[in-house]
Design a binder for this molecule. Sequence first.
Ligand code: FCB
Length: 448
Amino acid sequence: MTKKIHSSDFGKNFIWGVSTAAFQIEGAHDKHGKGPSIWDVFTSRKGKIRGNDTAKTSCDFYHRYKEDIDLMKSLNIPNFRFSISWSRILPTGTGKINTEGIAFYNRVIDYCLEQDITPWITLYHWDLPHELELKGGWTNREILDWFEEYTKVCAQSFGDRVKHWMVLNEPMVFTGGGYFLGVHAPGKKGMRNFLPAVHHAQLSQAVGGRMIRKWIHDAKIGTTYSCSYIVPKNKSPRNIRAAKRVDALLNRLFIEPVLGLGYPEKDLPILIKLKPFILPGDMGKSQFEFDFIGIQNYTREVVQHSYFIPYIKAKIIEAPKRKVITTLMDWEVYPPSIYEMIRKYSEYCTMPNLIITENGAAFQDTFTEGKIKDKKRQKFLKDHLEQVLKAKKKGLNVHGYFVWTLTDNFEWAEGYHPGFGLVHVDFKTQKRTVKKSGKWYKNFLKDS
Ligand code: FCB
């Protein structure tokens, strides 16, 4: 028998929640004045998304937000992280405000508060207004002004009721996937796009942070990072050095400038190429005292030296090739990774509080007699929570945990294939069915 784990083991003040993102759940892609985002455009291009799925309707959260917030309530979930769709409230990215978009988020926020659920807003979860992409998107330094304007609109509209804010979601993923590999929106490739996008996204963390601080004095402000525990394939010095480079790229690139440490170019020399984009004073402007940092962990990566991979000279050995247990995303199931990441980030002496703002898994779910007994997801969550508890007991700096995610939804380039939800969605009928993992989380959170 494995030992039971309960939210009370983490102490009274530990923060519990679920995380979502606008593009993945809202649907209503052109409703009530919403402008197109880069993801609307990207998903309309053939061959970009598995099965050519789109998120035009997705979970229809735009119309069903009450039902989903009620579900959260019924599952004892006290905190709800969601993102604002920039082009829903500023259809062309800047200028004219769409009051119907603002009204929608007001309804969501007010309903959360009525249900005693605390809203946590992410400003940018990847859905840049298409109009801004036509001007270069993240590669154009003007994005610092566009982002500042957008942040101000959000802070002024929602700041009276929303006190928990996150600036960016996983800048490494949206710059790497969207501006280097081209597998995410807007589908741009290569170093000439990636490098300016990195520097501007990096600076926008502090731009957003400062703007929220200016308008909402009592706000708790964070930003979030994807992170994976990186291990070399073996102890050979070449592989160890390769792992260090990948670690610098995936785990350090965006946080270190915020902490005043600059870019980690010593361990990843290619970052020297950022120089032309760095204007005098930029590294000072990158620093911001966040109240918390969100870390998002799903797996670990095993790394090997490779002459053939340009710039980084390292490659990730894909999990299926390593014959380990994987999720539907082909990510290795490796719970100690989350502990290692908490440990790693806790080691920075100026690191603010850490909150796990995403963790979860996609597995093949099947209905049996109207029920979804998703044992694997339940075990995944439990095993990861045990690692978080271990970190907490060792006195490491971790203060909260959000499951990714409430309902199955549109998983970016993977379309609707992998479901991460605690709740199943039948996308034909929009019927929600709480999975066994959802019931498990409910019991875990009971009386917390
Ligand atoms: C993270 C994203 C989130 C979701 C999960 C599975 O990288 O932030 O939107 O797609 O992965």
